[in-house]
Each structure stands twice: as C-alpha cells, then as structure tokens.
Design a protein around this ligand. Structure first.
Ligand code: SF4
Ligand code: SF4
Length: 156
C-alpha cells in the first residue's frame, strides 16, 4: 500500500492559520512558522514553481489556504515541496482503499487510522478491528490490512 498523493490540495486549503509566513527575506525566500508544532522553518519557493507562485489571485480568493498553495492546471500544488515542514511531507490522507470481492469501493482508512464508510458490514468488521488492533499505530497499519484481507476484503 504505497500512498500516492493526487495533489488535489484539499488538505492544504484550510491551513492558512497553521503555516504562517513571518518574514519575506528575498524574492522567493521566507521565514515561516508551523503554528501547530510551534517550529520555525525557512522556505524557498521551488525553482520550477516560481511562475505559479507569483500569481497571487489564488491566495487572495482563498485566504484560509496555506500561503504556499497554488493552482497548476487541474492540480493544486505545494510551491515549497523541498522545504515544506515534516508534517506536510509525511501526511497521508488515505492509507487504504477497501473494496469488496468485485472491486466495489466500500470505504477508506484515513491517515488517522479511522474508517470512512457507509457500508454496514465493513463498519461491523471495523468495530472488531478497533477492539483488537495493536495500540501502536505503526504496528496497527499492516495488522488492519491483514485483518481486512482475511475477512474477504480487497485492500490497496
Ligand atoms: S495528501 Fe490527500 S488531500 Fe492532501 S493533496 Fe494529497 S491527495 Fe489531496
Ligand atoms: S507547505 Fe505545502 S504541503 Fe504544507 S500546507 Fe502548505 S501547501 Fe500544503
């Protein structure tokens, strides 16, 4: 299960209060703060994203978005991919897509290891998972995948 970010940008659309530019130090360099962790970081806009970064109409229209988010065709891109803070780099919105034997998507397991599903059968299995899963999240992730597969689900 390798997480692949689709660069939809939805996880960055409401992070304007959390990724804050404290000072601009050059045309494309900034001193910033990750407010949720209280850590400072320096960021330079990636060279290949400077053209899209300098269009400020998107942050003007979307003041709740992270100040480094910009549209690029159909995508919303992080323009400081190289220098973005650790919690951004390692964020995974969806860990598993859970389908039935015919490939019908029944639900998703989010990065916080909770289930999003309206399927009654899957939700019942999930209650058992919650009771039995290892406490440690790192151990729980492969354990949950194995448990779902043992119960007839397809996981990717
Ligand atoms: S981590 Fe998920 S929500 Fe965020 S941009 Fe990637 S696919 Fe979209
Ligand atoms: S720094 Fe990049 S990945 Fe992090 S919230 Fe901003 S746009 Fe998203």
């Amino acid at each position: 299960m390798v997480f692949s970010c689709r660069q939809c940008g939805s996880c960055c659309m409401y992070l304007g209060d959390y990724i804050v530019i404290r000072r601009q130090t050059g045309p494309f360099t900034f001193e910033c703060e990750s407010v949720s962790t209280g850590t400072s970081f320096k960021a330079e806009v990636d060279e290949d994203k400077r053209e899209i970064f300098t269009d400020f109409s998107f942050p003007e229209r979307n003041p709740t978005a992270c100040p480094f988010l910009r549209p690029d065709g159909d995508l919303l891109r992080c323009t400081i991919h190289r220098d973005s803070p650790g919690q951004c780099k390692y964020f995974r919105c969806v860990l598993m897509h859970v389908s039935d034997g015919q490939g019908l998507l029944l639900g998703t397991v989010r990065g916080t290891l909770d289930l999003h599903s309206d399927d009654r059968g899957l939700r019942t299995v999930w209650e058992e998972i919650v009771r039995k899963r290892p406490k440690d999240d790192g151990e729980a992730e492969p354990w949950i995948a194995s448990f779902l597969i043992e119960n007839g689900y397809h996981v990717d």
